[in-house]
Design a protein around this ligand. Sequence first.
Ligand SMILES: Cc1cc2nc3c(=O)[nH]c(=O)nc-3n(C[C@H](O)[C@H](O)[C@H](O)COP(=O)(O)OP(=O)(O)OC[C@H]3O[C@@H](n4cnc5c(N)ncnc54)[C@H](O)[C@@H]3O)c2cc1C
Length: 467
Amino acid sequence: MWFRRDLRLDDLPALRAAASVGTDGVIPLFVLDQSLLNPAGPNRRRFLAESLRVLDRELGGGLVLRRGAPHRVVPEVAAEVGARAVVTTADFGPHGAARDQSVGEALSAAGRSLLTIDSSYVVAPGTVRGSSGSPLQVFTPFCRAWKSVDWERPLPTEGVRLAVAPSDATVDDIEAGVSVPSRSGLPEWWEGLPLGVAERLPPGGLSAAKDRLERFVMGPLADYGEDRDRPGVAGTSGLSPYLRFGCIHPRTVLMQLGTSAGADRMRTELVWREFYADVLWHRPESARHPLQAFGNHLHWDSGARAQERFRAWATGRTGYPLVDAGMRQLLTEGWMHNRVRMVTASFLVKDLHVDWRLGARWFMWHLVDGDLASNQHGWQWVAGTGTDAAPFHRVLNPILQQRRFDPDGAYVSRYLGEPTASSEPDPWAVGDGYPDPIVDHQLERREALARFRVARQAVAAEKAARS
Ligand SMILES: Cc1cc2nc3c(=O)[nH]c(=O)nc-3n(C[C@H](O)[C@H](O)[C@H](O)COP(=O)(O)OP(=O)(O)OC[C@H]3O[C@@H](n4cnc5c(N)ncnc54)[C@H](O)[C@@H]3O)c2cc1C
């Protein structure tokens, strides 16, 4: 059983299948693939390491860790232990799918097979289709169609007999370099910016995932519909890192939700995760390229001034309290509230005119839940360039957003210091030494819209030239 983004034992169809394939016991294997560890960022590496430690404990110390490229390591281990098949949960991301193909080929060249079973999603990417059989690129019809797909309920994994094989690596190797990450291959813009591990990360592992789900269901779920948009309130599940690493399967989450308005809303949010995975599966280029043609014509700022602005954004020193609180939350917790992700991303793209890909990369480095599909499409949604995007002209006003979603300043003061006493919540009431706004929002909003018009005209001109 080759573990990847499924670091749990419950509701794990691949493990059940592995147990049924052979009679000599299952070898639980995890491969330390440097090509995935390097870009992961210290927060995800630490969370991964902790989740693997917990998994190993649950397996009675039997987890086998091997270092190297999977297309070499997996067939080697299979040959050593005489396994007929390697079973794994299917990976639908562009890198994972290509990797699995090469591992499958290497195994079959040696007369063995790779069995890919289930996925990290309730409904596997590529399954939901419109009535004409085509992929659905807009969320609402996708969600409707998704809800009509029948899915298998979780089954317990019991009685798996383990077999033994040697490791050539330890979990500590994953954490090596986490405190002082190597700068090689990182953008020049990041020189001198904080890249190390966050002070307060959630605990990794399958038992922490179950605790988190239980606490959410017993508490915030009831008011999730209203509270999920208020960053000052602990109103969301905090399950994203656990879903990212498969410490819990979304099926298990759905089974616990029951029926209520909060539960309905939560189900819809989980479908967003499935939707973005589906879009990435059909359009793998969307990880790097805008899905809407005008996005290729948008003019982004570059050079020293843009670099300075990016640095102010990344360190939470733009002079806009909600933006800065969000960016500081990211640095201290490796996580940011969804509403604030939207506001900070919008600010980078539409107020600072910096390419969404640079912001997405910064998020991916720091987010403990960093996930290619959700992150890149979350950014494209905000930038207005995605398949199912907020219209470009909807520019989030960071002051109005703060008044509306953090009216008592609970969130902003948590990350920027205590607000001064004031009967009317004042978005600027933050501690001494706080920077002045680096840009004028109204002015930059007009600038963003002007650039949008130019990009749209370029697309229209291209179309006219073709016809
Ligand atoms: C610019 C931007 C970048 C983002 N990057 C990521 C990312 O790298 N990884 C990630 O998991 N989410 C990402 N999101 C989505 C969302 O912000 C997080 O999933 C959410 O904040 C996680 O907190 P939670 O588990 O408490 O969420 P809850 O509100 O409790 O939601 C439950 C689960 O539903 C899913 N979900 C909720 N909202 C979304 C959404 N908009 N898109 C996709 N899935 C969603 C998540 O799996 C989440 O754990 C991003 C959003 C934006 C706007």
